[in-house]
Design a protein around this ligand. Structure first.
Ligand SMILES: Cc1cc2nc3c(=O)[nH]c(=O)nc-3n(C[C@H](O)[C@H](O)[C@H](O)COP(=O)(O)OP(=O)(O)OC[C@H]3O[C@@H](n4cnc5c(N)ncnc54)[C@H](O)[C@@H]3O)c2cc1C
Length: 467
């Protein structure tokens, strides 16, 4: 038997949150699938460990995530039914901040736009209802009852076991070292063997930029630290009395959970010390200065949760420049797809990302609107996936489900009520800078002639960054 007889319909690289769900979705479609994971399954060196991850429907980062979240909830329920294991715990979610803050206003906007059940509470009302909280009294909070948390290590195991049951082959402790196109298929080299496949899916988290060099600088690993503190009044921090939260305070943007699975009230600060680097070398240790900044926050806003430290853990975010995901086909090899740059808010989507990546591997297209996540917004390289959408928009054969005429791609096809003529925005907004430099919205072409339906010419005003 030659090495090349080891042929699969799809190879998935990285069996964390996204890769495990992708293997399951492919196996469900009767695909011959191989999953490759360089470490153990699960492990605590990537982005999917630490017992809990927030899931919420109210989405201040961008309302167009809500449609994907609805499907994510359905698919979490599906894998729970399949495995008989509870993976999602509903506590309700609170998104809090000053009345004019993007966290509060964005969350409220997503609730209004998608008709989600919600309540607006003042900080004082939050404390009355949930006495573990002592947020500034005049701050506002959106309470959304579908919010809660998922259990990431168990989630990975559930997807791997369900994929196994459907015949998937998954190898722990086997690292991909390289890959190359092989006709319309791919050839893959690992530290143990060689394989071929019709499709290759990269879900390599903080390591994606090592295996797909065009992601370097666009999916950047960042060290993140979490604390678990033993509450002095533990009854206030139980799941039934403590909704998960995102809150913006003068010290930064924080998120937290009730006590679950291990001792301690868990919380962290987004972009902790903004330490970026290589996934290989960023420290997974937690230090006294990490602990101090987290303890100060708890002492101020959750004083009954600020008892002795139980656990400190480091983990990796992988950030894009605008903090929106990167999900696309390889611009030159459409048999290769990638899901990268989840920027600290991806876990809740893992169930639906599995469905999207299985779609991309199977037919190089997806039923979901992933136009917000295209690669071209940074590199100017339009993949087959988005080229199709751009062509369909130009023919009037497609309109983005999320956001209608407000969607940046829609506006750029000239269908929105945007001043500037048939092509949407005034051309000078997209004219190449005289020095030939690049923009956040994409690379400017020599010569200047272009269609505004092309996501290369989206500007940073079209897909707003959030932090
Ligand atoms: C501290 C912290 C808190 C977070 N909180 C939330 C939250 O509350 N809610 C939320 O929705 N999201 C949250 N996130 C974000 C979320 O956890 C991540 O977006 C998500 O887990 C990323 O999953 P992934 O599959 O991309 O990466 P991972 O789960 O890290 O998987 C990537 C895998 O690829 C493997 N790999 C890499 N290179 C290779 C190779 N060459 N060969 C084989 N295997 C390889 C890695 O070993 C790894 O297992 C948080 C993240 C962190 C770090």
């Amino acid at each position: 038997m030659t090495a090349y007889s080891k042929h699969y319909n799809a190879i998935v690289v990285g069996i964390g949150a996204m890769g495990s769900a992708t293997c399951y979705q492919l196996a469900r479609r009767n695909k011959r699938v191989l999953g490759l994971e360089r470490f153990d399954i699960p492990h605590d060196l990537g982005s999917s460990h630490g017992y809990t991850r927030i899931i919420r429907l109210a989405y201040y980062e961008h309302p167009s995530y809500v449609a994907l979240l609805r499907r994510a909830y359905e698919l979490w329920a599906d894998i729970e039914r399949t495995t008989g294991e509870q993976l999602l715990y509903r506590t309700g979610s609170l998104d809090c901040g000053p009345a004019d803050s993007w966290v509060f206003k964005g969350s409220l906007q997503s609730c209004v736009e998608y008709d989600l059940p919600h309540e607006v509470l003042t900080g004082a009302q939050v404390s009355e209802r949930y006495p573990g909280y002592r947020l500034p009294r005049e701050n506002l909070a959106v309470f959304q009852p579908d919010g809660g948390f998922l259990v990431p290590e168990r989630g990975t195991v559930a997807y791997v076991e369900a994929a196994h049951a459907l015949g998937a082959e998954i190898h722990g402790r086997e690292a991909l070292l390289g890959w190359e196109p092989w006709g319309d298929a791919v050839r893959v080299f690992t530290d143990r063997d060689e394989y071929t496949a019709d499709a290759l899916v990269f879900t390599a988290g903080g390591w994606n930029q090592n295996v797909l060099p065009f992601l370097r600088g666009l999916a950047v690993p960042e060290r993140q630290v979490l604390a678990w503190l033993q509450p002095t009044r533990p009854e206030l921090f139980r799941p039934e009395r403590f909704p998960v939260f995102n809150c913006l305070v003068p010290e930064g943007r924080y998120y937290g959970f009730p006590v679950f699975a291990v001792p301690g009230f868990k919380f962290g600060r987004y972009h902790h010390f903004e330490e970026t680097g290589e996934a290989e070398t960023l420290s997974r240790e937690a230090f006294r200065e990490d602990e101090e900044v987290l303890r100060d926050f708890a002492a101020r806003y959750f004083p009954d949760g600020a008892g002795p430290t139980m656990i400190l853990k480091a983990c990796l975010f992988t950030n894009t420049p605008d903090r929106h995901f990167l999900i696309d086909l390889h611009p030159d090899h459409p048999q290769v797809s990638f899901a990268a740059g989840f920027s600290g808010h991806g876990y809740k989507f893992a169930s639906v990302i599995g469905e999207i990546m299985a779609d991309l591997a199977e037919r190089q297209a997806t039923r979901h609107d992933v136009s917000l996540f295209n690669l071209a917004r940074f590199t100017g390289q339009v993949s087959q996936l988005h080229q199709q959408k751009v062509d369909m928009l130009a023919r009037g054969a497609w309109s983005p489900a999320a956001h209608g005429p407000e969607h940046p791609l829609y506006r750029h096809a000239g269908r929105g009520e945007v001043p500037g003529g048939a092509l949407g925005r005034p051309h000078d907004r997209r004219r190449p800078p005289a020095d030939g430099s690049q923009t956040v919205g994409g690379r400017w072409p020599a010569g200047g002639g272009h269609s505004s339906a092309d996501p290369r010419y989206w500007t940073d005003a079209d897909v707003k960054p959030f932090w």
